[in-house]
Design a protein around this ligand. Structure first.
Ligand code: ADP
Ligand code: MG
Length: 258
């Protein structure tokens, strides 16, 4: 079999974009200013029809983040987590996934109109992926709806851009963590705070709160009172009042969901 131009090649002698244009069709390009990560990414279609997502760091910071992300993906595998399969020089190669980013107001509104059982399946998959993350000794940072890609045709949730995930627990040595205010736990804003599984519980509780609601204002909860009580305990300001870890949260959520 001939070598695969993305999976069997380690180094490329030409700039990434011209390499990609030589092996297939670049049908999407993601870069500044929409992407502020210091990365540029491409959607590439090969003559075989296969589609791939290739992401390359362009700054020293982005290169460090990318190295940690590679380690994360080697240690954590889950069907919902889009894997990093190969390094092509400094870039990483991931399978392309169809779907709408739930950060986009249009896709989020569409997601919120889905039947409740379908939303619950997506939330269960989000929790299940984080059971795998937790079991591997990692935890989310910067988890928000920009990491949630929902394939409406296949009713499948995919997790992308988990580049800020870190080994768990850790001490916050900056003024705050990267992330979206709507999802972040209070301790993520305090230099010196311990960031641990209870922080993850908060962030996942926020994701559930926001996604199982008909609107942005959190006034139209679509779940049951019992489910809401689980979310409320997950998102207590004081970490000791929350569930201890994702296992406990997922257990409580699943028994409330039936
Ligand atoms: N595996 C993938 N398949 C399809 N689209 C993807 C994939 N990963 C990311 N994307 C799209 O590319 C955009 C940029 O990717 P992302 O990893 O978020 O880059 P950055 O870290 O630069 O923000 C995402 O917002 C999403 O729309
Ligand atoms: Mg991103």
């Amino acid at each position: 079999m001939p070598a695969h131009p993305l999976l069997d090649v380690d180094e490329i002698p030409v700039p990434l974009e011209s390499y990609l244009r030589g092996i297939g069709e670049v049908f999407r390009r993601f870069g500044a200013p929409q992407q502020d990560s210091g990365c540029v990414s491409y959607g590439v279609r090969l003559p075989s029809g296969e589609r791939w997502f290739v992401k390359a760091p362009e700054t020293p910071d982005a290169a460090r983040t990318s190295a940690r992300a590679w380690r994360f993906h080697q240690e954590v595998r889950h069907p919902a987590i889009v894997p990093q399969l190969h390094r092509l020089g400094p870039a990483v190669v991931m399978p392309w996934r169809d779907g709408g980013l739930l950060y986009d107001p249009r896709h989020r509104a569409r997601f919120r109109r889905l039947a409740v059982p379908e939303v619950q399946r997506a939330l269960d998959r989000l929790l299940d992926a984080h059971l795998a993350v937790e079991a591997a000794g990692w935890q989310p940072v910067d988890l928000y709806d920009g990491a949630l890609l929902y394939d409406f045709d296949r009713a499948a949730l995919h997790l992308i851009d988990l580049d800020e995930y870190r080994p768990s627990p850790f001490r916050l040595d900056t003024a705050r963590l990267p992330g979206s205010r709507r999802f972040m736990a209070p301790e993520e804003w305090h230099r010196g705070a311990r960031i641990d599984a209870r922080t993850t519980v908060y962030v996942l509780g926020r994701a559930v709160r926001l996604l199982l609601d008909a609107g942005n204002e959190e006034r139209e909860w679509r779940g049951t009172e019992r489910q809401l009580a689980v979310v409320q305990q997950a998102t207590r300001p004081d970490p000791v009042e929350r569930y201890a870890d994702v296992r406990e949260l997922a257990g409580e959520w699943r028994s409330a969901t039936g």
